[in-house]
Design a protein around this ligand. Sequence first.
Ligand SMILES: *Cc1c(COP(=O)(O)O)cnc(C)c1O
Length: 413
Amino acid sequence: MSRAMTTAILHADRLSGVEHGALHKPTHTAVAFGYPRTADLVAVFQGAQAGHVYGRQGNPTTAALEAKLSLMEQARGSLCLATGMAAINAVFTTLLRAGDHLVASRYLFGNTSSLLQTLSGLGVLVTLVDATAAQAVAHALTPATRMVFVETIANPGTQVADLAGIGALCRERGLIYVVDNTMTTPHLFQPRSVGASLVVHSLTKLICGHGDALGGAVCDVGGFDWAAYPRINEAYRKGDPALWGLQQMRKKGLRDMGATLTAEHAHRIARGAETLALRVDRACDNALRLAQWLNDQPGVAKVHYPGLPDHPQHARSAQLFNGRHGALLSFELKDAIAPFVFLDALELVIKSSHLGDSRTLAIPVAHTIFWEMGAARRAEMQIADALIRLSVGIEAFDDLQADLAQAFGRSAA
Ligand SMILES: *Cc1c(COP(=O)(O)O)cnc(C)c1O
């Protein structure tokens, strides 16, 4: 029987059998796993038998989180890593080689953009396009293109990628379609519904939600024909071809590169995920109401939020994201208000670089996360100096609104 996401993950550990009837999978801290018979150890090593050999490749606690992520994304399988960046890195470096071509959205999480520069240095050809239109991706394709990478709602500009159009294109051309679903989470959007091959997550953000664990994941949500993909090593062309991609990422990306998620963090992330739907609904409601309110403030030049009717992809967002528009917004202050003065006047909203937390966080974008790339690149990406990003949490709306109102009052010149 297929159950709704929250129901399914709340009962996943218990129903898969935990000793003493415990409701949670225990936090397994052991690094090594022993077997009474050599033949069993060998069979686990060779992949003929399920089991764990060494903690760098996973343990029962991270495996329980992987099972929950697979339920959440309706995936063939999932792989957890130490951080979201480790997950993205595993996808790029284990499935592409020098000479392969990757088309990625121009509107990406800053560290992902930076990682793409590293990838270029290693010989992978990278083209950045405006992924809000599938035609831009289509124009960039070459015979060497193997993969397309996009985010659902971009940070900080909140551009919404042409997720369905790019999915159709990737299917037609036999390309690996990777969707970073961090900003929407499977509660708002399942990239599988638009033909994604792989979904990546920063579990650190909304899925954990409490700002006390780092984690990342790759979920194989089906559709891609790994048997026809030339970059799968001979050693991983074994067993069900549907799982070859994950198998290679687990061995190369996790075992060899070593960015392992600890059991303690896997447990915290799994506990956070139990309330994901409740938190995301509340945060999105707060974000929509704040965006509407900010839009009417005299000190604000522009609000970027897909829930506003004048957002360029408002209709797409309304169609794809389960009736909500995410928990992140950004706004540009008018010249009369100095961004640092405004931010310093906030008493409840925290000045922090994190996002997807239960607490509301604000950051001046140009001076922090987009500082390293320089002014020219920022202008190209439409990152104004007075742009403030707000990651909206689950506080009472009235308290958030009152805090922003008093900060406008105190900072207006
Ligand atoms: C934070 C973030 C990442 C990186 O995740 P970490 O867990 O911080 O490494 C990747 N993509 C998006 C969209 C993010 O917001």
